[in-house]
Design a protein around this ligand. Sequence first.
Ligand code: SF4
Length: 377
Amino acid sequence: MRMLSKEEAKKLRTAIRRRLAPWFEKNARDLPWRRTKDPYAIWISEIMLQQTRVDTVIPYFQRFLARFPDVATLAAAPLRDVLKLWEGLGYYSRARHIHAASQILVRDFNGQLPENPEKLAQLPGFGPYTVAAIASFAFGQPLAVLDGNIMRIFTRWLASSEDIGQQATKKKLQKVADTLLLRDKAALVNEAWMELGALICTPRQPQCAICPMRGVCRAFSLKKMEAFPKKRKKMSVPHKVVGAAVIVNRKNQFLIAQRHPEGGLLAGLWEFPGGKQAPGETMPECIRRELREEMGVNLDIGPHLVTVHHAYSHFTIELHAYFAKIRSGRPHHLDCADHAWVTREEFDSYPFSKADLEIIRAIRQLPELPRWQSSGT
Ligand code: SF4
């Protein structure tokens, strides 16, 4: 990407000051995290908003702040409670990082977020975007944020065809952001870029007719708005076929297992035990093998309960849940962190992935449980 010429930078900065900033002040959405200057609340909102739509985040943000109103309350809570409130929001490593960071803040920073960006950057879950967002929104520091929306806007303003999936392009766009940021209005301009991307300069059918930046936008003058940013070829998304055992004991309790807490997309969450189907295996064979490997129990497989289809960011799954009973063995933690026997009501105390919540929904819709019960406890 060519660098901004001095003259181009001046024109864009003038348009940002005279057009974009007033547009934002007039049109900014009234969002809960915009009504506060509390660095803790701003931090939680920024983490929740990563990869997640504003409408989805609002109720999660409100519930989170009601349950954990400050860093100290969050740090003192069990991780399970934090994951439970995060349930359904996805990218659970965010919740684990927030929890870990809160404990560091209590230990080393008197329960406050530090203003120093270098200290912020040392906390779990604080990448360059989050550091710049907190430093700017909470502490008014002149650091420019850069996310997918802002990269789209900049490539349109500059009619740049470089691939925004490349690290080198991101670095150049960060320099563009640093150059265009108005130091006396850093937080406002950062938010204005984001708002323009969310409301006007959308990926498809941008509303150029009402855009405050159309006078300086090269993509608009070329009438090629949707040609930017350059699209990468879509990689095909892997599809996983997975089996899960729904095991009930004579007290009508269900066997659930906790995933290992370190690493992985759904780490630390609870699930109906099972795993990925191997080539050539039938689904009952898959579930029997997985339960032997994961918990050291031998199963008889019963009726099919439900099949759940779910799309994660990098793969899709097809989860087949079958009732099963333990023929021999007691659950051990061979390849899981923990296990529990819980009633239908007690499911609500444990954090599950969206796919496992669908299994719970199917269980709760049954008029009665099938006579397919294990003696295990
Ligand atoms: S003029 Fe159109 S393409 Fe350019 S910034 Fe505005 S909405 Fe985006």
